[in-house]
Ligand binder design. Sequence first.
Ligand code: CTP
Length: 479
Amino acid sequence: MRNIGPDEMKQLLAAPIFRQIGQTADELGVECYVVGGYVRDLFLERPSQDIDCVVVGSGIEVAEALGRKLGREAHISVFRNFGTAQVKYHHTEIEFVGARRESYSHDSRKPIVEDGTLEDDLDRRDFTINALAVCLNYARFGELVDRFGGLLDLEEGIIATPLDPDITFSDDPLRMMRCIRFATQLNFRIEDETQEALSRNAERIKIISQERIVEELNKIILSPVPSLGFIELSRCGLLALILPELAAMEGVEVRNGRAHKDNFYHTLEVLDNVARTDNGQLWLRWAALLHDIGKPRSKKWENGVGWTFHNHNYIGQKMVSPLFRRMKLPLDERLEYVKKLVGLHMRPIVIADEEVTDSAVRRLLFEAGEDIDDLMILCEADITSKNQQRKQQFLDNFQMVRQKLVDLQARDNYRTWTNPITGEEIMQTFGIPPCREVGLLKQAIKDAIWDSRIPNDHDAARTFMLETAQQMGLHEVEK
Ligand code: CTP
């Protein structure tokens, strides 16, 4: 964090817009402050285009007067129901609101709002680091108001609520997600009492909409080290409420002295590994998070073998759609992508564990299609073995799989492979209607090409089809 003195603060607010806002407020005889995230991010040196201003009086009046001052390039939207107004000017968005005092009833997110002082307004904010305000009026331009030691918390890397955390969280339970989100994004520690209040109030998250929960969850997932957030979510009990499939993976079971690994912590390691790569986009991170969710349901103790998780990838793949639906995540190609990666995540490992054959790699390429590179990133991230020798062996074999993928893609593009013989051609050749035999023949041709028993062209495929059909008792009809 950066220490900013009064003079420097004036320089940081050197953009003419801040003086124009201050002047407008002076003309109307009201106090005006820039508050919240914008001020926090000044200290954290995270540039932001969204400016929130609190007016001790009417925010809408200041916005309207400012709009007139700025002229035609300013666009104003007024939300009378909320008592707020937004001014868009070039690339900046300024939100004006009157200082408020809010209280919440127990079973609703709808607060009772009254006009208040600046202090009232700062009191009802979520965290000390978000309760900083800087005055814009001429006489006090650049003066910092820090009622709760937010600056010190920024310096020491602490997330704490300004008031009793039980009140702050029960007023707006989404703040529990925001608490963990800020701690994860900024790598800050959650202050002890605030953390205890998270556990006490976790159940209240149930009154918050899935969309808002997911917005915060996605920010945690997109943080540099997302595991930090998931460990906090688990510790306070929020994880079991919002993502029970993940919480179910926690813990280790021991039988006959043999323990399986803790699949929750393994998952977090995989997620962090993916987050470290260049292609750590959101949905690949979701795939990493969910890749083993089938494990608790597939877990078995087999005598003579030990713990097994047969088909956990397919079981997990089936769990993805209901999870996306429940969490109001997108039900489009992003869902299909996550399902595909969860379903296929064992494949490269199995290939790398055995002999790396052309046909196995071709099949993988065909099934993964455009997402093959992401699948390889996920699989490499999935190798978290503590046994260095075994880990190295996998990574070496992976290199071979990758090399073969490159060779095969150069030779024939199996990502977009189509069978040289169509179902139509099979039906016409043997004079048969759509039936099981058509499918069997197509599969046999595909297997023969992919196993390199015949070349990937129409003539070879047709000869092979005629031979195979004969063995099945089918005969070519006269033209
Ligand atoms: N705020 C709050 N309680 C919430 C949401 C917001 O008290 N549930 C307050 C905080 O003071 C916050 C300000 O409103 O700083 C603006 O909120 P928002 O724009 O959602 O978040 P930022 O803090 O700006 O952070 P980010 O842009 O990273 O979401």
